[in-house]
Design a protein around this ligand. Structure first.
Ligand SMILES: NC(=O)C1=CN([C@@H]2O[C@H](COP(=O)(O)OP(=O)(O)OC[C@H]3O[C@@H](n4cnc5c(N)ncnc54)[C@H](O)[C@@H]3O)[C@@H](O)[C@H]2O)C=CC1
Ligand SMILES: O=C(O)C(=O)COP(=O)(O)O
Length: 630
């Protein structure tokens, strides 16, 4: 392949002044990444919201570009900043939340505490809400996300279980879901132990009979816990705390959890066993797994057939993991001696529920997390997560988005901007009629490929490619989903190079294959549209177009020209733009062979008029040119 040289030749003073666009990308450009479309006037959305970018599919790339060329777009102002004029976000809290959390929320937004909303009322309200905070009682269905019409940015689950939130719909709508996974662990574990002990000693039944005026000492004889085997089903946060406490009561504890590391269990003297082994050897079975398609009704007639006769079951996890009719049958047959249940398939359960009414069943109305301490903790945990998400920060407790630690995030900040701009440029180089099916991203870095978390960069490239040519709004939550839906396959390659390991990435190259380009020089020897960028002094630069090396900062708009390499070209084009008062921010010429072909990359602050673009095209030595918006 022909080599090319670079000659940065013109750097007007404007690049050295401290205009907002010439600053290194700040954290705020990342903050904007989790924000939604209409309500937030951020740079990432400006071109998308422009009429000429609407209602176009990937197939219409050229149409987009052509209309972008012919329809002037007003200057992009306030780039990469959060608009200080923004109105306060509205946060709907649909279930009781601790005061400390509400206080935090009120300091940030307008808080609407509306409890016991019907699904219909929730759908009505949600259209004006930026965030929704729920506990286990609110069903956040697809209908809710549809009704939100893109306004809802985050759903906060003030607790652990997110089975009441339609995660798939949330992801499709680009809505972040966060939970509060740790503040109620101890409360749930303590409730499990409370149910275990009270069930074993018939506390609830004895209490009810005394209140009914009876004194039945012989009827309420219980069973001892010491020396008995407890099977903890699900050795996560709650399960392991239950196990610890049960050990303290002198019980033998075994556990079944297909995903928990066995050494963590062994460290506290708990053996990890198979499902069948756990349920067939236990005297008590305590459930602590999440409700998922795999765990739904995992306790059914088949499993009850395998349990030890007279087993006692505690459920502080989710009602749905038990087939409740099967449990009633197992209780009636005596296979299961007792059950203590905090959670039910339907909450509240029907008044005539055989299970609730069963005399050997102890019930509580989903109280596992209901201690003052847990509720305060959960409220603060979720309020912080929701406020963080509304500020655009990547949440540490995100359920449907990758969690990127803050330090990685700030290190990647300028590369995130570079990634999006490369995507945005590449798609504008596609010729009409070409459908983009696959994109390849090559990251060159001095670091070990395993140390390079590229999810954020991939999402930004996806955003850059798709947003200018469709109505899709893309963020970290829905980037992969949207790409897949649009039939765009993005592959990644990490290449280790001899560069400074201080920098996370040396360069990012984006290749679009099986497409035609409207700027032939952007096509590399391999036949792909290929562009490459680097971050220099914190600023994203375009460093390669096809086989040509260039060096132009990716800040404003860009004109790429291919011309015969000859003197005077820069002056000619500069004059045309100058006549129109278009400020050139940067220019760079790359060529393959002296006095043959050269590429001129010109950064412009303003959008040149159609007339000036035409004049550029008429310069005899210019063979092709393209105007690209960032
Ligand atoms: N009743 C209540 O008020 C409360 C209920 N919960 C519920 O307790 C459950 C556990 O909560 P955490 O311990 O915080 O969650 P966690 O995520 O820390 O633990 C869940 C564990 O279940 C395991 N697991 C997944 N599939 C499994 C399967 N098929 N069989 C066995 N184990 C499986 C996971 O590997 C994980 O270790 C959740 O369902 C949660 O919603 C939690 C807090 C309060
Ligand atoms: O955190 C959980 O998973 C819980 O089940 C607690 O539910 P709640 O917030 O009390 O409705």
């Amino acid at each position: 392949m022909a080599s090319s040289t670079t000659k940065p030749i013109f750097t007007p003073p404007s690049t050295t002044t401290s205009s907002s666009s010439s600053q290194p990308p700040t954290r705020s450009s990342l903050l904007s990444f989790l924000r939604n479309t209409a309500s937030t006037p951020i740079s990432l959305k400006l071109s998308h919201s422009h009429p000429s970018f609407r209602s176009l599919s990937i197939k219409n790339a050229t149409k987009t570009i052509e209309s972008a060329e012919t329809s002037p777009v007003s200057k992009v102002g306030g780039k990469d900043t959060i608009n200080s004029q923004e109105t306060k976000p509205t946060i709907l809290v649909s279930e009781k939340l601790g005061e400390a959390g509400l206080e935090l929320l009120r300091n940030f937004g307008d808080v609407d505490c509306s409890y016991d909303l019907s699904q219909e009322d929730l759908c009505k309200k949600i259209a004006s809400c930026d965030a929704l905070i729920v506990r286990s009682g609110t069903k956040v269905t697809r209908q809710v996300f549809e009704a939100a019409k893109g306004k809802l940015k985050v759903v906060g689950r003030a607790g652990v279980g997110i089975d009441n939130v339609d995660l798939q719909a949330a992801t499709e709508f680009g809505c972040l879901v966060v939970n509060a996974p740790s503040a109620n662990t101890v409360a749930a574990a303590e409730h499990g132990i409370a149910l275990l002990a009270s069930m074993a000693r018939n506390v609830a039944q004895a209490d009810a009979s005394m209140k009914a005026g009876q004194w039945q000492r012989n009827k309420h004889v219980g069973v001892s816990l010491v020396g008995k085997t407890l099977a903890v089903m699900g050795f996560g946060k709650v399960g392991s705390e239950v196990a610890r406490r049960a050990k303290g009561l002198g019980m033998e504890v075994i556990t079944h959890d297909p995903y928990a590391p066995a050494d963590r269990a062994r460290a506290i003297g708990v053996e990890v066993v198979s499902f069948d082994q756990a349920i067939s050897t236990a005297d008590f079975i305590s459930l602590h797994m999440p409700l998922t398609p795999a765990t739904k009704k995992v306790f059914n007639d088949d499993s009850f057939a395998k349990v030890k006769k007279g087993v006692r079951i505690i459920n502080v996890a989710r009602g749905g993991v038990i087939d409740e009719d099967a449990l009633v049958r197992a209780l009636d047959s005596g296979k299961v001696a007792q059950a203590a249940l905090d959670v039910f398939t339907e909450e509240p359960p029907p008044k005539d529920s055989k299970l609730v009414q069963h005399e050997r069943v102890t019930v509580t109305p989903h109280l596992g997390a209901s201690t003052k301490e847990a509720q305060e903790g959960v409220a603060i945990e979720i309020a912080e997560a929701v406020v963080g998400a509304l500020k655009g920060e990547l949440a540490a407790t995100a359920v449907n988005a990758p969690m990127v630690p803050a330090e990685i995030l700030s290190e990647l900040a300028p590369y995130v901007v570079l990634a999006e701009r490369l995507g945005r440029l590449a798609v504008q180089l596609v010729a009409g009629g070409s459908g983009i099916k696959s994109a390849k991203v090559v990251y060159k870095s001095a670091r070990d490929p395993d140390d390079l978390d590229t999810r954020l960069l991939r999402a930004m490239i996806t955003k850059g490619i798709i947003e200018p040519i469709s109505d899709s709004f893309i963020n970290l939550v829905n980037a992969d989903f949207t790409a897949k839906k649009k039939g765009l396959r993005i592959s990644e390659e990490r290449v280790v190079v001899d560069a400074s390991p201080e920098l996370p990435i040396f360069s990012i190259q984006l290749q679009l294959s099986t497409v035609d380009s409207k700027f032939g020089s952007a096509v590399s020897g391999g036949g792909d549209i290929s562009i490459k960028g680097e971050v220099k002094n914190g600023i994203p630069h375009l460093t390669r177009v096809g086989s040509f090396s260039v060096d132009v900062s990716l800040e404003g708009n860009l004109i790429l020209c291919r011309q015969v390499d000859q003197p005077g070209m820069i002056g000619q084009v500069g004059n045309i733009l100058g006549e129109q008062n278009v400020n050139v921010s940067f220019m760079s010429v790359g060529r393959t062979v002296r006095r043959r072909n050269a590429i001129m990359a010109i950064g412009v602050d303003e959008e040149p008029s159609l007339e000036s673009l035409k004049k550029i095209g008429e310069v005899p030595a210019i063979e092709e040119f393209v105007f690209l918006k960032l």
